[in-house]
Design a protein around this ligand. Structure first.
Ligand SMILES: Nc1ncnc2c1ncn2[C@@H]1O[C@H](COP(=O)(O)OP(=O)(O)OP(=O)(O)O)[C@@H](O)[C@H]1O
Ligand SMILES: [Mg+2]
Length: 258
């Protein structure tokens, strides 16, 4: 007998933080995610690599339902993603996402950018939201910029605000889609340092990145995608030193040679 409200598996095992089963996604005739199977335990840092167009961003976007899927199931912390409505908004708040472009509200201060979500979606009181936002801004090294507007900050600072804003919702999972790709080289490390600290604190993270040093240092696991499939799923050391598939060898040959 099953109870609809009880998502605990029968075998008593802890549910994965992210679970994707037989996930398929098409855009018209283009099959962009092909039978994706992925179980990410709590606290794991998963690096997603693969050539352009292989489906990395789409994978991220399906996990917080920015993109609907055609078939299969996705669950966060044992709860299947609801189709729409209030339950979806709440579950989406459990999944923080940071994109290549910072997407801050230009007409709001840094502090307002970080408090808006908790106040509107999580129904946190304004004073509590402010206290928490200042703590988070301090953690990402920009507490002294709280009253400025996004345009007054560097790209690296804006991206750190975007991370603080996502964390302010108290997410269980953080998704990063090429968070440093739009940054000038000297700002990349300040963002990667914040992400490394977050990983050490035990956040469950899925990170699409071209920063191979970070992938090797901070990743627990590498997924290599090609043509909408997870072609390799292994630990970073094995992936970088002993890739199995020709597609991964070809990819590594291209990126490691420049
Ligand atoms: N909204 C959309 N409508 C139609 N096709 C799309 C859409 N979004 C993505 N695609 C296509 O789906 C495929 C996968 O795209 P996706 O953005 O997930 O790749 P990616 O691995 O993130 O690539 P990149 O490294 O360039 O960011 C590509 O062929 C892309 O053109
Ligand atoms: Mg992408």
């Amino acid at each position: 007998m099953t109870n609809a409200d009880d998502n605990t598996p029968d075998d008593g095992a802890t549910p994965s933080m992210i679970s994707m089963q037989h996930v398929d996604k098409t855009f018209g005739s283009l099959h962009v995610l092909k039978d994706i199977e992925l179980e990410v335990p709590a606290g794991q840092v998963v690096i997603v690599l693969g050539p352009s167009g292989s489906g990395k961003s789409t994978l991220c976007r399906t996990i917080n339902r920015l993109e609907p899927i055609d078939s299969g199931t996705i669950a966060i912390d044992g709860k299947p993603l609801p189709a729409e409505g209030r339950a979806l908004a709440k579950l989406r708040a459990d999944v923080g996402m940071v994109f290549q472009s910072f997407n801050l509200f230009a007409h709001k201060t840094i502090l307002e950018n970080v408090t808006l979500g908790p106040v509107k979606v999580r129904k946190v009181g304004k004073d509590d939201a402010r206290t928490r936002a200042l703590e988070l801004l301090d953690r990402v090294g920009i507490a002294n910029q709280a009253d400025k507007y996004p345009a007054q900050l560097s790209g690296g600072q804006q991206q750190r605000v975007a991370i603080a804003r996502a964390l302010a919702m108290g997410p269980k999972v953080m998704l990063f889609d090429e968070p440093t790709s739009a940054l000038d080289p000297e700002m990349v490390n300040e963002v990667l340092d914040v992400m490394t600290a977050l990983a050490k604190e035990g956040m469950t993270m899925l990170v699409v990145t071209h920063e191979m040093g970070f992938a090797r240092r901070a990743g627990d696991r590498v997924l290599f995608m090609s043509d909408g499939e997870i072609v390799e799923d292994t630990d970073p050391e094995t992936f970088f030193t002993d890739p199995r598939s020709d597609r991964a060898k070809d990819f590594l040959g291209k990126i490691l040679s420049h």
